[in-house]
Design a protein around this ligand. Structure first.
Ligand code: ARG
Length: 563
């Protein structure tokens, strides 16, 4: 809440500095029922310090709260219920929004600290899965929210671009591959080659040897092997980039698993020096018994390194290269054990900064209650899902607003926004049921509903010829507007909480509540009616557009002004 601090400072003086102001601020609550005021201060904890009954303390304090902001103070038992001066507060909030526009709600808590965000991270030559979509959407929003809170996010796409599978893929390509086909449809073609390799290998074990031989060549830097690998990587990335472009997501780094090839010896050396490596079935592992975790596999019996070895090297590299204050990994919950092991090994090796690493897990995308696979007979590419969503949005627009000028652009914003919002409105740990129909509804908690509310508010402003006039005075009691005003006032708090909990759903839910409160207000009040309150009402509508637009931006969504 906006005025918590101010109230805490007044209480601090009233208590003659006996209790730290931060503690007082933490005690202040928001009453569930607005009849009990806008802020409430329970006096129970003070009773011990003051050696008095809480109700008596409340009584004594009530006389000492004097400020223009707080218009009335009531004592109810051990509680001080404080009422805000609606006029003063509403005008202050609205003026702030008008002055700051998209910067409204921005904070400095992050103090420019760098946060690396490992997100999206699909695997080369494999379809972009629903899990990768979730990671992209959640990671992008967390990055925007953290930036708003004053951090400097670095988005890293830790591509799965190395491993024995590439030896097999090269072997398969050498046998059955076709340049043109790969160019036209890289992921579909490469996946087909990979599947064929496995089918044929069952009856023909020579293939496995071929695959191993090619991977060995690749590791040794053989020109042909490397250039084929590079080509598969480039073609796959081209395809992934189309999805990122549609979703407006960019990355600061595409340093994937292969990037750490020459950085793993050092990791192994460090672990050896610290005497953390143990041999087990001829493989090298770090035992994590004290941590009650299974051993972390570092090197296979044939000397090959693993996913975890690469992640250890990546963690060191990121700390040294970026000096992060936090290092986030937005990866599905099925990899929770991997990240626990990763952090535990680093701590064991004496890297205290491993404390700053956070795995941000999320649930699965389901279709009819079952895990949604990207491949069902044929490859269902995510790009197709997005395109279908855009097509449905386009059809809706055609029905609702046939005269709209930039239909294609708006359809893209709505179609993609619908997919994003459907993901982010849920607590990220929940599994979510995939349903295009559900996502694209214009009512309820959907992206289109929010964008539509925004567009409608914009159209009211156009009709009302809204302009900021610095000379014009607000003439309103702000009673009917209060619900909306108090929500606008809460925006920075919501952003802050979402940042602390890495939880975009808090922003998503907030925008839904704000949109609903606004729509209710608009149904009850004739906003455009010509009378002395008109300027204040339009200023409120304008403020709502600013905050909805900014809230949507923090989720990675756009806000068309007409739709
Ligand atoms: N490529 C991996 C997968 O698709 C995800 C990588 C996540 N990031 C990491 N640093 N391990 O499962």
């Amino acid at each position: 809440m906006y005025f918590k601090k101010e109230l805490a400072e007044i209480l601090f003086d009233a208590l003659e500095g006996e209790i730290p102001v931060q503690d007082l601020e933490r005690l202040i609550e928001k009453p569930k029922n607005s009849e009990h005021g806008d802020l409430a201060f329970p006096c129970f904890t003070l009773a011990k310090v003051k050696k008095k009954a809480p109700s008596q303390i409340a009584q004594e304090l009530s006389g000492k709260i004097q400020s223009d902001t707080f218009i009335k103070v009531e004592v109810v038992g051990a509680y001080l219920n404080v009422f805000l001066n609606k006029k003063l507060v509403a005008e202050q909030v609205i003026n702030e929004i008008i002055a700051q526009k998209g910067d409204y709600g921005s904070q400095k808590v992050g103090q420019g600290g760098i946060v690396t965000i490992d997100m999206s991270s699909p695997n080369i030559a494999k379809p972009f899965s629903m899990g990768h979509l979730r990671s992209t959407v959640i990671g992008n929003s967390i990055s925007l929210i953290m930036e708003k809170c004053g951090y400097k996010p670095i988005k890293i796409n830790h591509l799965g671009d190395w491993g024995t599978q590439f030896g097999k893929l090269i072997a398969a390509y050498k046998r059955w591959g076709d340049v043109e086909k790969v160019k036209q449809n890289p992921i579909k073609e490469l996946l087909a080659l990979y599947v064929k390799f496995h089918e044929e290998a069952e009856g023909n074990p020579v293939l496995e040897d071929e695959g191993r031989a090619w991977f060995k060549k690749l590791e040794e830097g053989d020109i042909e092997a490397l250039s084929l690998w590079q080509w598969f990587r480039d073609e796959s990335l081209k395809e992934f980039s189309r999805i990122y472009d549609l979703m407006n997501v960019t990355f600061d780094s595409y340093a994937g698993e292969a990037f750490y090839n020459d950085k793993m010896d050092r990791v192994v050396k460090i672990l050896m020096e610290k005497q953390l490596l143990t041999e087990s079935d001829q493989a090298q592992v770090v035992l994590l018994e004290e941590e009650q975790l299974p051993p972390c596999l570092i090197k296979k019996s044939d000397g090959a390194t693993l996913y975890a070895t690469r992640d250890l090297a990546a963690a060191l590299y990121r700390k040294e290269n970026y000096q992060f204050v936090q290092s986030l990994y937005v990866v599905g919950h099925e990899q929770s054990l991997h990240f626990k092991q990763l952090i535990a090994v680093l701590k064991k090796a004496g890297f205290d900064w491993a404390e700053e690493m956070v795995h941000i897990p999320f649930g699965m995308m389901l279709k009819d209650g079952k895990k949604m696979s990207t491949r069902k007979g044929k490859v269902v590419l995510l790009e197709e899902v997005l395109k279908e969503s855009i097509a449905i949005a386009r059809k809706n627009i055609e029905e609702k607003n046939p005269n709209l000028v930039n239909k294609d652009e708006v359809a893209k914003q709505v179609g993609v926004g619908a997919v994003i919002f459907h993901d982010l409105k849920n607590n990220r740990m929940n599994d979510i049921e995939f349903s295009l129909e559900e996502m694209l509804r214009f009512e309820g908690e959907t992206g289109p509903y929010l964008q539509y509310t925004y567009a409608r508010a914009c159209s009211i402003l156009r009709k009302g010829n809204w302009q900021v006039t610095l000379t014009e005075k607000y003439k309103a009691s702000w009673e009917k507007e209060w619900k909306v005003v108090s929500m606008l006032m809460n925006f920075s708090n919501v952003v802050n909480r979402a940042c602390e909990n890495y939880d975009p759903s808090q922003v998503a839910k907030y925008i839904v509540d704000l949109a609903q409160a606004f729509n209710k207000y608009y149904a009850e009040v004739k906003v455009l009616e010509e009378n002395e309150e008109r300027y204040a009402r339009l200023a409120l509508v304008y403020s709502v557009t600013v905050v909805i637009k900014e809230g949507l931006r923090l989720l990675g969504m756009e806000a068309p002004e007409e739709m």
